[in-house]
Design a protein around this ligand. Sequence first.
Ligand code: PMV
Length: 319
Amino acid sequence: MVQTSAPGKVILFGEHAVVYGESAIALAVSLRFRMRVETRTSNRARSHRVDGRRVDTGHHAYFAHALAANWTGAPLEMRTRSEIPSASGMGSSAALAVSLLGALTELGGGSIEGEGARERIARAAFETEYSVQGRASPTDTSTAAFGQGVLLAKQAMPGLLMHVQRGAAEWYVHSIKVPRLNIVVGYTGEKSGTADMVGKVRKAYERSAFIRDTVKEIGKVTMEGLTALEREDVARLGELMDRNHQLLYNLGVSHPKLDRLVAAARPYSHGAKLTGKGGGGSMVAITDEPEEVARAIKAAGGEPYIAKIGAPGVSRDGD
Ligand code: PMV
């Protein structure tokens, strides 16, 4: 039996644009997806089970895809426990895929801490997300696998972890220093599907030069955000987050509730924007007054969470 966990994340810059090969910056948060996996002992057991139910592609798409591509052993009994609200834009599906692949590594006799293991887990989890969602970037899966801070860029820079290519898009995945920031996440309570939101942007991207320019502009804002992070210039960082929110709004992935929470947080924040897929889900603010921001988000109808950033990546937990 093995127990593993992997962190959720917030994207500070670059969601959606990163799917087209632009840059993005994500930070692991201290909320984790936890998994307990063992082989089923009964000789009659034929199928994998999750939380007492037989794995089927409809209900358990991530499990079904990850197992089909990465497990040839005996049927598995899997138990899950998540601290990350599902469909919230905080990366619960990536954390699920990464903690499962971590468990498969350990069950197969390997170790998550072994040479190159995190990279293999990150790559396999990206393939899982890609096949379930039809299109994806390695942002969430890399952050769940490696933890801390992650930058996806168009070229290799210091801190390079791996290079990933998929069709016309390629990404250089890096580890970055976790900034000293107070981060508050506000969940709208509106669930939205990553595949739906990514598909919506894809249609617009194929049709409209304005959308293609917006995607490029988000990439530029992300790289300016990296400079502001390195200089610990929170005022500039905040301005760029506000700008990124406007650009995501222009892409059509905001939601009235997201706009409301962003507006409520701004008077007490350096900057605020939606984070993740949008269309509902969550927003993120950076601030010197986290309690005030949390109160404003709550008053505007959202669920605030004062996020601890810089969590470790996938790990084997105590049995
Ligand atoms: O909302 P989430 O956690 O599924 O984040 C999705 C981030 C996107 O850029 C929209 C998709 C991706 O694969 O990068």
